[in-house]
Write a protein that binds this ligand. Structure first.
Ligand code: HEC
Ligand code: HEC
Length: 140
């Protein structure tokens, strides 16, 4: 009986991690990636230093991410990193970064953030409805 209970709990906890569209690079566009992909999060085994989703405008739906845009990050040590968005508009990196960072997004146009964010948790501020930023992280 004890063995059965143990096996059931193990199966349930595995299922929670890999179910549905979770656990792939195109998962949960628009959501705060680092809420899970950081120490103490449910994906702490895959920590990111910066991650988010690029959209075509500030009000876009979560499933309207823009593929093949470049997110250019220059950290305060002068290291530059270019990340390309995937089919969901998502981008992510586990490279060590010195904060604050300078960020810009390039597609047909270039959008630059004036402030220098002290966190790589882009979607935590870039939300719909707008709270801490004008809305989605976007580039036309
Ligand atoms: C609610 C929690 C949660 C959120 C939010 C979340 N993820 Fe995940 N993600 C996970 C879990 C759990 C896994 C599986 C981790 C593992 O395999 O160890 C995963 C796996 C991944 C993987 C695959 C890692 C690998 O090595 O195969 C990528 C890439 C990824 N997520 C990117 C993102 C991006 C980008 C975002 C934000 C747009 C995001 N995730 C948002 C929980 C989350
Ligand atoms: C602490 C909140 C916060 C975080 C974290 C944040 N941003 Fe922003 N972002 C803003 C605000 C506020 C603006 C508008 C004012 C400005 O440009 O500084 C903005 C504007 C932008 C713009 C220009 C307009 C637009 O929406 O495209 C880009 C590009 C951008 N951010 C990219 C990023 C990227 C990439 C990250 C993650 C590495 C990020 N931001 C993290 C708050 C944030």
């Amino acid at each position: 009986m004890r063995i059965w209970v143990g096996t059931l709990v193990l199966l349930m906890s595995c299922g929670a991690v890999v179910s549905g569209w979770d656990g792939t690079p195109t998962m949960r566009p628009g959501e705060d990636c680092l809420a899970c992909h950081s120490a103490g999060g449910s994906a702490s085994a895959r920590r990111f230093t910066a991650a988010g989703t690029v959209f075509g405008d500030v009000h876009a739906n979560h499933d309207e991410g823009v593929a093949n845009a470049n997110v250019v990050i220059t950290d305060s040590a002068g290291n530059t990193l270019t990340l390309r968005t995937n089919g969901a508009g998502n981008f992510y990196t586990a490279e060590a970064l010195h904060f604050p960072i300078q960020v810009q997004v390039e597609n047909s146009q270039t959008m630059k953030m004036v402030d220098r964010p002290a966190s790589g948790s882009c979607n935590s501020c870039h939300t719909v409805p707008a709270e801490k930023a004008p809305g989605r992280l976007f580039v036309p």
